[in-house]
Design a protein around this ligand. Sequence first.
Ligand code: DGT
Ligand code: CA
Ligand code: CA
Length: 364
Amino acid sequence: MRVIACVDIDYFFAQAEELRRPELSGKPVVVCVYSGRDELSGAVASANYVARSFGVKAGMPIREAVRKLRGKDAVLLPVDKQYYLELSRRTFGSLERFSSVMEVVSVDEAFLDLTELAGGFEGAAAVGAELKRAVRESTGLRCSVGIGPNKLIAKVACDRSKPDGLMVVRPEEVELFLRDLSITELPFVGRKVGGRLREMGVERVGELAKVDPQVLAERFGRSLGTYLYLASRGRYDEPLAPRTERRQLSRIVTLKRDSSDVDEILQQLLLPVEDLCSRLAGEGLAHRGVGAIGISTDLKVYTRSLTLPRPNKDREQIMRALRSLLAEMLDEVPGLKLRRAGVRLHELVRMGGQSALTDFTEEP
Ligand code: DGT
Ligand code: CA
Ligand code: CA
């Protein structure tokens, strides 16, 4: 059973503008792609919630947005791609420490496999809150987080929780969660497919789930038909496709008993560290970053990390680094007791003096 999160930044471009111009707060803010043909030709890329409350939406002609916002003290701004990309990079950089499997699907959206960190759905909401906090602390941005047993459920939960939301759909809740949703809330079901389904009398996902898959395949073709069939049951389970080369390796274990004793915790990290070392060797990698992960008895996630002076593959050195990181963690948080603990090797480099695999982001 996997625990997958979808993180999507709320009204991204417009929020990015609010962030650097606090005087925009409370006003309708619309970020536009001007085509340049005349002063008002082009389309809306992103609108904040104030602008949306007047009916402005992404994709709408600028002219129409202006009409809807007349007399509303609205602010229209052109896109600033460089700035948004920098915020995007920082956002997903701040999420890397939560999982070694992250798929960034667009400038403001990513999926993370939290199976290991959350250790099941009981821990999922706490980790989701941590993701939101990490994004907020590194960029100032608010995002929404949906968590479910696969990407589809995570994405739909994220959309439904907006703005500034957090929604966890446990595996046993999937059927009920989907049943009353409009079919157009499913990814890939837009106006066209939605319209054809409505002609068949299908409005809700629960109704779609009752349609014979054979009929769906005949009407929509095998691939879309199969998708609709699986999606309606919440069983469309596409694996995450990390876009970048591996940036980190991690292992988390559940401790034999809750503990705040560094030696006792380290003892149980010996095997995971050894395992990571063989994987490093197997992939011809070394690392410079070492991270300690601690999950407390109340399911809060704590991380500490450091960078070694030079690339390393040595187990003893990792254990020494972990010792100081865990001691620091337990020292700084009075009364902290860990239920689970983990190790993360990051800033991976190819052995043989080659450059780093990717442009690594700084760790907090
Ligand atoms: P949300 O997620 O509903 O709170 O709102 P957004 O604005 O974040 O929408 P989303 O996640 O679909 O898209 C992320 C960014 O991508 C958005 O801020 C601007 C850009 N974008 C979205 N739709 C369009 C579009 O139709 N045209 C252009 N040029 N950019 C778009
Ligand atoms: Ca968004
Ligand atoms: Ca998005």
